[in-house]
Design a protein around this ligand. Structure first.
Ligand code: GDP
Length: 375
């Protein structure tokens, strides 16, 4: 009988020679690969059974968290058969998508994203909403590294039955991770989540990718971390629909208030991200929960504004078209480099270009088999 914390006592693979028969260790169950919800272990469906596309669709629409986790794993798989089934599933789910509030949250490491999302997510669940959290972090290629830490940090939210937390697919290019996350958003919407939060680490291109898949983009900042580091000079602030200065508590509160005033001055000079909406700078403490309900209230104001003006619809339509072009570019590129006509001559062309024996344009056009299209 395993103890109530899920740990089991078992004999390990290796024991010291003189250990006798009583040597035992304590194994604590890991986090399931399908993601974390409080219901995961209670799902009636078997984890191992192969699911048909109908099973996936019915399970997702029935809000079964285990099937939802497996559907996202299917999307994340690079196996061609899985990718084909994933596309069939998405086509089935498409009529049930589009109803969630899609939120993106970014900030430098240590800004308090996990803590904030936990506090914010719990607040939403308390309001009767269902919340899904997806993470984008193409840099975390080692499975279980920062991902596991994130899950542990959102422990309270994990325990809520109306919350679903899914780490970033491990490894892969930003393009690949972004596609998988976009598709995971759709699956979460079909599973009836009211709010889907995409979390990303603010380290450059990630923010742009997340901005292109959400309705509302929130940048979490802290006082005193430096403009350069927090992306102010990299234009991240220009993408923000809202700024939240986190850690506005204790001794740090006066500095946070000063940072808020400074941010308001900066925002004054920037273009609006949506008609009729002025990017606000709010204070919050993810740790104490102070200011968190106000952030949700402000999010509601944003949605009211952009729904009324048609900006939300326009943003989603533009994102879908942009996504299509990104997919075309990705496929064309893959097809190009996979062709034998290219791969057989690529190294030689690279040398010729590096040595200055041929112009870069001539080499590129030659490889493209397109010598008629000049400059
Ligand atoms: P992330 O790397 O952006 O996900 O940041 P974390 O959520 O892991 O937070 C980094 C550290 O800041 C942790 O030690 C948190 O406890 C702490 N922290 C997060 N939010 C707050 C806050 O509102 N106030 C204070 N004082 N500390 C916070």
């Amino acid at each position: 009988m395993p103890p109530s914390d899920g740990a089991q006592h078992t004999r390990p693979d290796w024991v010291p020679d003189d250990a006798g028969t009583d040597f035992a260790t304590r194994l604590v169950q890991g986090v399931p690969p399908g993601g974390v919800t409080a219901q995961s272990s209670q799902s009636p469906r078997s984890r191992r059974r192969i699911l048909t596309t109908d099973d996936y669709a019915e399970g997702v629409l029935a809000r079964d968290p285990t099937v939802l986790g497996r559907a996202i794993s299917l999307i994340e798989s690079n196996a061609p058969a899985h990718q084909e089934q994933a596309q069939q599933l998405l086509a089935r789910l498409l009529p049930h998508t589009g109803r969630a509030h899609r939120l993106g949250i970014t900030g430098i490491p240590g800004a308090g994203k996990s803590t904030f999302i936990e506090s914010f997510g719990c607040h939403l669940v308390d309001q009767g909403l269902r919340v899904a959290v997806l993470a984008i972090d193409p840099s975390s290629s080692v499975h279980g590294g920062s991902i596991l830490a994130d899950k542990l940090r959102m422990e309270k939210l994990c325990r809520r039955t109306d919350a679903f937390i899914r780490p970033s697919p491990s490894g892969g290019s930003l393009g690949g991770v972004a596609r998988k996350t976009r598709e995971a958003i759709l699956v979460c919407e079909a599973a009836g989540f009211d709010v889907v939060i995409v979390e990303t680490v603010g380290v450059g291109q990630n923010e742009v990718a997340v901005r292109s898949m959400v309705d509302f983009f929130l940048v979490l900042m802290i006082a005193g971390a430096g403009d350069e580091m927090q992306g102010i000079k990299k234009g991240v602030i220009e993408l923000a629909d809202a700024i939240v200065i986190n850690k506005a508590d204790g001794d740090n509160r006066p500095r946070a208030i000063a940072a808020q005033a400074e941010m308001r001055r900066v925002l004054h000079y920037l273009h609006r991200t949506a008609e009729g909406w002025e990017t606000p700078a709010l204070l919050a403490s993810a740790l104490t929960g102070e200011g968190v309900p106000e952030v949700w209230g402000m999010t509601g104001d944003f949605f009211k504004t952009v729904r009324a003006s048609g900006a939300l619809d326009a943003r989603r339509r533009a994102q879908a078209v942009e996504w299509m072009h990104a997919l075309i570019a990705e496929r064309l590129r893959a097809r190009f480099y996979a062709s034998t006509a290219v791969s057989s001559r690529l190294a030689a062309m690279e040398h010729a270009v590096a040595d200055g024996r041929i112009t870069v344009m001539a080499a590129a056009l030659d490889l493209l088999g397109d010598s008629t299209v000049a400059g």
